[in-house]
Design a protein around this ligand. Structure first.
Ligand code: ADP
Ligand code: NMN
Length: 207
């Protein structure tokens, strides 16, 4: 993507299961990459009193409705519009040594979260997508040592967190099939049937 500031940019998304290591990886990327900003999905949780209680008796934290996804998309769009301005307003150093941003500067945004790939307006903004997963036992073990702003009530992991993870992962994989078909038909244009028109806007190669 090309930003309003004239600098090249790329939005890299780092999604996956709770306690899969997303934040750890993101922190390492920030250290290693110059001009790197980050957006954490956890910062977009709605206040506790707006989180619905399900028939199972648990507050439904692990669903899209518990997050202000519109605000998250606006934040990512603000970076796309002007990564230099975004970096400066978020305390990220912009290319040490150079006073004026150069058109050669590469800016990177890492978007990190547990529910990134089930909200189409957000998915459309990513250049690269990564998914971190860990097996059930390891995930449960790590989660049991974690303290969130609202602590997990007993039974939340098996009653809500893991079932929602499986549900969303399945949704993502089912949706992903259309993406793969689309890119396949781009690569072999003329030889295979084109993907449906409604997928086109999601593909950078089609813009
Ligand atoms: N590669 C790894 N191997 C083992 N443990 C890890 C690894 N990455 C992260 N962890 C541990 O897993 C827990 C969750 O990591 P975190 O990065 O906060 O996950 P997430 O952001 O996906 O919820 C932390 O205790 C962290 O130290
Ligand atoms: N940050 C918060 O306000 C808050 C509150 C309650 C639960 N959570 C949990 O955060 C998890 C997602 O974050 P991680 O991917 O960092 O674990 C969800 O599974 C959710 O249950 C977060």
């Amino acid at each position: 993507s090309q930003s309003a500031a004239g600098a090249g940019g790329a939005g890299n998304s780092n999604g996956g299961v709770t306690n899969g290591g997303k934040t750890t990886l993101t922190n390492r990327l920030i250290k290693a990459l110059p001009n790197c900003c980050v957006v954490h999905q956890d910062d977009f949780f709605k206040p506790q009193d707006q989180i619905e209680v399900g028939e199972d008796g648990f507050k439904q934290w692990d669903v899209l409705d518990s997050l202000d996804m519109e605000a998250m998309v606006s934040t990512v769009r603000a970076w796309i519009e002007n990564p230099v301005k975004f970096a400066r307003s978020h305390g990220v150093n912009v290319t040490p040594g150079s006073r004026e941003p150069s058109s050669q500067d590469i800016h990177v945004l890492v978007i990190e979260g547990f529910l990134l790939y089930n909200y189409k307006p957000l998915v459309e903004l990513f250049d690269l997508r990564y998914y971190l997963a860990v097996p059930y036992d390891e995930c449960k073990r790590r989660r049991s040592t974690r303290s969130y702003t609202v602590p997990d009530p007993p039974g939340l992991f098996d009653g809500h967190v893991w079932p929602m993870y499986l549900k969303h992962r399945k949704e993502m994989e089912d949706g992903g099939r259309s993406w793969k078909e689309h890119f396949y038909s781009r690569a072999s244009a003329g030889k295979t049937k084109r993907a449906p028109a409604d997928r086109k806007a999601s593909c950078k190669a089609c813009l």
